[in-house]
Ligand binder design. Structure first.
Ligand code: XMP
Length: 507
């Protein structure tokens, strides 16, 4: 496998994804918490970019003496500058801004990294400093018209530096360069596939869990579903799934998802706890207080139900790799903007060990594994849905009546997206119940009813998002259907805010 040492670049995860797209397994470590190098296990190391400058006094540094010359090493952007600087190269703030597209004007095609790269190949630059002079045995292998040292190799070593970012798709041949490094130079086999992941994970789970019982909370989402099916494949009936209806799910979701889980052979208990949630939410309108209330009841219900499973030793979770990276990242866990509630917060005294079969996978890999396991697209391609559900899409206090109205509105919108073939073009969509009433006219009657907002966003990971330019005709049809069919709603608005500065959810 390949190791990626993270210096805090926004693109580090992208490097990992590119490597894995080449069917090679890799892991990310913060530069200040790296593992002991095992030459039989690891085939090469990549140093990431960074928001820092090597010229800063406290610039992140890393001693490469254990690696350099002993195994292939590739520095990207900051990583490339760091290697040059450590060996006496001269780094300076660039005179011209070096951001965005550039084209390679010189390419040394004899270099293993540049073999098949076409003339003029487009690369993506994003750096404030530039390598002005290379140390003696460093040789330039590619340049652009503005940047002489766009790529280099240390002579006699499998050590390379790329000033641009091969991991972003704007670097047209970046993936080929990464492939040449990982397969050509490091000699990795491209045998890491969803099938091989399933085989090895099932084997490991069998070994780890043995004949113990595992409890897992299902949410209807991709991650918990794939985790459950994997565990089920490994330990069969010893996996006990719990699916809680918090009364804040989409219309008919509880029954339809429960059905499909049973169809997959999972041993799952559906627990209808809607009333308990509504009771706890009564009169609560502050967003964080609502999240806390929902989280608390969830833990209560889950705990009560888990106790019914005798001798359970493990708690299964659908944690995925980005959550893991986030919690050990160079920057530390990112500042909490909203307290996300997932199945995580169980009380310590439950004394369950945690098993997380997906904690090395990115979201798209989870989907690919789910596909290999035969899970239906209805689950795998499902939009993300927040744990607190419609509870945070009803602004102000939550009541069963408001939930019922919002479920209808949401259903018309989502079904409309599906019917018009738009569902898969949208990353996430939903409706929001606003705490306002507005005046309308229906027939000859004046109405004074609720306003709902529709939101549809495009995103890659939920960190940033933009509103989707849904066709006007579509919006017109949906608005019509909602106002005509859902009693209590007389006005529909469309949310045209991007994240940042807005967030995807309104609360
Ligand atoms: P925001 O609103 O922060 O949402 O832009 C980003 C993504 O996270 C989802 N989200 C949640 N998911 N529990 C969850 O499991 C939560 O409390 C929660 N809050 C927001 C949101 O739906 C979007 O996909």
């Amino acid at each position: 496998k390949i190791l990626i040492y993270d210096f805090g670049s926004q693109y580090t995860q992208l490097i990992a994804r590119r490597v894995r797209e080449l069917n090679v397994y890799c892991e990310i470590f913060p530069y200040n918490h790296t593992p002991r190098i095992d030459h039989t296990e690891y085939k090469g190391v990549i140093l990431s970019g960074s928001p820092h400058s090597t010229l800063e006094e406290e610039a992140p540094n890393f001693d490469v003496s254990d690696i350099r010359g002993k195994m292939p090493l590739l520095g990207v952007c900051y990583g490339a500058q760091l290697l040059a600087k450590q060996n006496g190269g001269k780094i300076e703030p660039s005179k011209i801004r070096e951001y965005g597209r550039a084209n390679l004007s010189y390419i040394n095609h004899n270099s293993p990294l540049m073999k098949g790269i076409p003339e003029d190949s487009q690369v993506w630059m994003s750096h404030g400093d530039t390598i002005l002079e290379l140390p003696e045995n460093f040789k330039v292998i590619a340049s652009t018209s503005d940047v002489n040292v766009a790529a280099y190799r240390i002579e006699g070593e499998e050590t390379f530096g790329l000033q641009f970012h091969p991991e972003v798709t704007h670097s047209t041949d970046g993936k080929m360069m990464l492939q040449d490094f990982i397969v050509g130079v490091c000699g990795c086999k491209q045998d890491w596939t969803p099938e091989s992941f399933v085989d090895s994970t099932v084997r490991e789970l069998k070994e780890k869990v043995g004949d113990d019982k595992v409890i897992l909370g299902l949410s209807g989402g991709v991650d918990s579903s794939v985790a459950a099916v994997l565990l089920h494949k490994a330990i069969g009936e010893n996996l006990h799934c719990i699916f809680v209806d918090n009364g804040l799910l989409r219309k008919d979701e509880f029954s339809s998802v429960l059905e499909s889980y049973k169809g997959m052979g999972l041993n799952v208990k559906g627990v209808n706890a809607a009333e308990e949630f509504y009771k706890e939410l009564e009169g609560v309108s502050e967003p964080e207080a609502k999240r806390k209330a929902i989280g608390k009841v969830f833990v209560d219900v889950f705990e009560r139900e888990s106790k019914l499973v005798e001798n359970a030793k493990w708690l299964g979770q659908g944690t995925i790799y980005p959550d893991v990276i986030e919690s050990v990242s160079v920057k530390g866990p990112s500042a909490t903007i909203k307290s996300h509630h997932n199945v995580g917060g169980l009380p310590d005294y439950m004394k369950l060990q945690v098993v997380e079969p997906l904690n090395t996978l990115f979201k798209d890999e989870v989907r690919a594994v789910g596909h290999t396991l035969g899970i239906d697209d209805a689950i795998l391609k499902r939009h993300p849905f927040p744990g607190p559900g419609l509870g945070i899409r009803i602004l102000g206090d939550v009541t069963a009546e408001k939930v019922a109205i919002l479920q209808e509105v949401d259903h018309i919108f989502i079904q409309g997206l599906k019917d018009h073939g738009l569902y898969n073009d949208v990353w996430q969509a939903g409706a929001i119940f606003l705490p306002v009433q507005s005046v309308g006219v229906m027939g000859d009657e004046r109405t004074y009813e609720n306003v709902v907002a529709l939101r549809a966003v495009g995103s890659l990971d939920g960190m940033t998002a933009d509103w989707i330019h849904l066709p006007y005709e579509f919006l017109a049809e949906i608005s019509n259907n909602i106002i005509n069919r859902v009693k209590g709603v007389n006005r529909v608005v469309y949310d045209i805010s991007s994240k940042p500065p807005a967030t995807i959810e309104w609360e």
